[in-house]
Design a protein around this ligand. Sequence first.
Ligand code: S3P
Length: 181
Amino acid sequence: MSTPKRIYLIGFMASGKSTIAAHLAKQLNWTAHDLDAMIVEKAGKSIPQIFADEGEEFFRRLERDCLHDTQEWSNSVIATGGGTPCFWNNMVWINNNGSSVYLQTTVNTLSKRLWKAKYSRPLVSKFTNKIDLHTFVSQKLTARNIFYTKAQHIIDANNKNVAVICNTIATILQIQHLCKK
Ligand code: S3P
C-alpha cells in the first residue's frame, strides 16, 4: 500500500473527527484541516449563521467547494463535517482523492456528546430534551451509515482514547513508520 497524500476522516457529528485529525497530523508531522473551519472562513460567518441566513442547500454547496479545494494538498489529515459524505457524490470523490476512515461511534456516545455541544450545530440545536435528541441521532445515523460505510476503512472509535485511535489508523494505512516515537 502506498502512503496516502490525504486522509479524510468521516463520521457523525461529535464522533471525534477534528480531535483525531489534530492528533494524527501532529504524530505524522502533517497538517490537520477542518472542513467546517474552511467553510466558516469562506463564508465569513459561523455555521449556525450560514444555515440561518442562506439555508442548508447553500451550506452543502460551500461544503462541496471546500472539499474540492483539498484536492491538491499533500500530507494532510482532513476532518470532514458529519454530513459531507452524504451529499452530492462527495463520498465517491473522497474515495477517489485520498484514504477515507470512518470513525464509528454508538448512538449513546454521540447523543451524550452532542447534548453538551448542540448550540454550535444547527441540526441539533433545537432539541430541548435528551430523548428527542437520542431518537434523532439514532435515525440520522442509520440513514447516514449507508454513506459512511462506503469509507475504505472503518474503525471502532467508541470509548477509546485519542492515541489508541490514531495508532489504529496509522496501522491500517501502513504509515506507522511516519509517526513520531
Ligand atoms: C453537520 C455537521 C457539522 C457541520 C454542520 C452540519 C451535519 O460538522 O458541518 O453543522 O450535517 O452532520 P461536525 O460533524 O464537525 O459537527
